[in-house]
Design a protein around this ligand. Sequence first.
Ligand code: ZN
Ligand code: ZN
Length: 93
Amino acid sequence: MEENSCPICLRQLAEPSCRHHLIPLSQGGKGDVTFLMHKICHSKVHSVFNEKELKRTYTSIEKILENEDIQKFINWVKKKPLDFYDGSFKAKK
Ligand SMILES: [Zn+2]
Ligand SMILES: [Zn+2]
């Protein structure tokens, strides 16, 4: 995978972007496995999975990408500008 592409939508990275911790810091993650992704892609991941689900199950990008909601999101976001972000995805508790 290219360093400058988003692991979720595979498009070129652009601002705003966010760093995703595969194991959330709040769940004991040490911040050693992180991926830079578009802010909108990052907020979508956190709206579909809560932190416990991320820690238990979604511990790799491959697992995250298998999710049907994420697949639908990718098809949708691919038509948006690289810097698109509207704050509409709220983190799942
Ligand atoms: Zn992306
Ligand atoms: Zn994250």
